[in-house]
Structures are given as structure tokens and as C-alpha cells.
Ligand binder design. Sequence first.
Ligand code: GDP
Ligand code: ZN
Length: 360
Amino acid sequence: MTPITSLGWTSFFEDQLSPAERQSDLIRARVAAEHKHRYMLLAESGELSAKLAGKLRHQAIDRAELPAVGDWVVARLRPDDPSAALIQRVLTRKTRFSRKQCGQRHAEQIVAANVDTLFLISSLNQELNVRRLERYLTTAWEGGAVPVILLNKADLHLNPTTEITRIRALTGSVPIHVLSAKDEIGIDALNTYLTAGQTSAMIGSSGVGKSTLINRLLGHERQAVMQIREDDDMGRHTTTSRELFMLPGGGLVIDTPGMREFQLWDADSGLSLAFEQIESTARSCGFRNCTHQGEPRCAIAAELESGRLDRRRYENYLKLQRELEHQATKADPVATRRQRDQRRKRGRRQRKMMKNRTKW
Ligand code: GDP
Ligand code: ZN
């Protein structure tokens, strides 16, 4: 028996159960893998293979309502087969890590649910892509997970301190850990995030060392042992790899293909290109500190006017900047003061501009 709390169950989920759902023939279980509407669940009794109950399948309006890896579900064991279950309901998520196509409301796909700590992993032997890091941070904050930056391959870097200083300047209070998954240096520092019942997930570009780190945390090579087989409806065998793991030290870690593809989707969305376009355009504004809110000779305004710059994209950009500003100032009084001063200066300049305008 695995105590349910070590799978991540908390009062947040307990409080959602109706009296009927506390009945004995219903169980609480966590989604460990998903493959074409077949699920592998972890419950107190062990692993279960599960399908959606008809009602859930028919009532779900969009994909985000269906179970994702990390979700807590209420399920009914099949009387004929106690290792099989039907998922009745997905409990409300505490946090979510999702992909969203900008502007399309219903295109949300949940990559992982109920993640407490999101490790953003980068490699010290490569130039850190700051744009990408910003977007990962935003995604973490939007979904409710706490981001932690891991800089791997410290063994390949002569002076990690300069790199850390550079990154800290961009990310404010987000914790940063330097490690070498290969040489097993610095990994113990992650224990504070990996206590019993705590769920983490990792994102980062291919090759930064995610698999190596997960194997280190697990204490063995996952690929070799974590394949499960199941029968599909046609009697064939399909293979699904488990994507939610219990670590020997007690925590849980999620590694889904969705997290690994996140970066590809990112590139597809063209966001990073758009951000570069916006920033290079802003450099040709009339005022060096142009806020693009009606100042004369504003290049951004001109691009928006002509349609060369998509308004929705520009708004996303502003949203990201505000979010980063907000997060950075929350725990950093110096930055808060600096921003307040900047805002005041900006206000003064705008008022002066308006006055000049009325004189014309
Ligand atoms: P993933 O694509 O993010 O899962 O990356 P992998 O875990 O497959 O690692 C990619 C390569 O980097 C492999 O050759 C690893 O052996 C190597 N690697 C991983 N961690 C470290 C490290 O801390 N130091 C060094 N030098 N190499 C590492
Ligand atoms: Zn401007």
C-alpha cells in the first residue's frame, strides 16, 4: 500500500469529494500516463489501467476537461477486474502546465497537472536563450507552479558565477541552482523541492540533461524498467511509458513528451520572432524611453497602424513584460522603487507632452 498523501493527495482534493464519492467502491487515483484515452493510474493499491466512463467522455466539451498526467481522478474499479478502472471525474487542478495557441480560446492542452515545482533546466555550455526562459517563467506563473532554474553541466563551465549573476538580473527572486547531473554535483540541493507528496516537472531544450537528471533522482535508468504493456480494444498490445514517477526519496516527478515538445510548439507560435521584431522596432521610436502610448514619432504605433505588427501579438508582449515586472518586484524592494520612479518620470513626460500638444 502506498499512502495516498505520498502520491500528492492533499486537503485541496479531499475537500472536492462529495459524500457519494466517498463511498467505498470509488477510489482516488492519480494519472501516471495517458495514451489515446487509455490511462495508467497510481492508487493506494498500486497501478491500475483505466478508461473514461462514458458520461465523462460524452460530457467533456474540450480536451482540457479530460484527464492529463498528474491529474487526480475519482474512479470505479471494474467488478470483473480489480486492476482495471473507469474514470468518473477529474478533480479541479491545483496547478496546470498547458500549451495555448495565442488567441484561440479552446486550444488549451494540459501537458501536466498539479505540478508544485517547475524546474526550468538549461545547460551551462550553451548560450542561455533568455527569451525562452522568460516564456517558460510566464507559463509556470500562469499555471500556478513555482519555477526554479537549474543550470546543468557545471563541469563544463569554468566560471558559472558570472552566468548566474547575468541570469539573476533577469529573473529576480527565482531560485537558481547550479549542478552537474553527470558528476552528481549539486543534486542534493533539489531535495527541498522533492519531499514526500511534492510534484515536480522539468522543461528545457533537448540535450540539456533532463533524462540524465531524472535517472540520477530515480537511482536507475528509467527507460529500461518503466514500460508498461496493455491490451487495447482490438486485442493488440500497445506500449505506454509511465510519465509520473515516485522518487526513492519521496517526491514525484513528471516527465511527459508534452513537456519535451513544449519548446517546439513555442518556436512554431512565432512568439519569439515577434518579440524580437517588437524590440527592434522600439529602437527606432523618436524618444529613447518611448512607452508607445501616443508619443510623437512612435515606431510601434506606426507598425500597428500599418498592420505590419499584429495587435494581439503586441498585447501578449505587453502582458508578458508586466508579468515579469510584477514577479521581479514582488520580492525585490530595490526594483520596486526603481520601477515606481520610472513610472513617475514617464507620467511627468506624458503630461508635459500633452501640455505641449494643446499649445500647438
Ligand atoms: P535531455 O535531452 O535533456 O534528456 O538530455 P540528456 O540527459 O539525454 O543529456 C544529453 C547529453 O548531455 C548526454 O550525452 C549526457 O550524458 C550529457 N550530460 C547530461 N548531464 C551532464 C552534465 O552535468 N555534464 C556533462 N558534461 N554532460 C552531461
Ligand atoms: Zn514608441
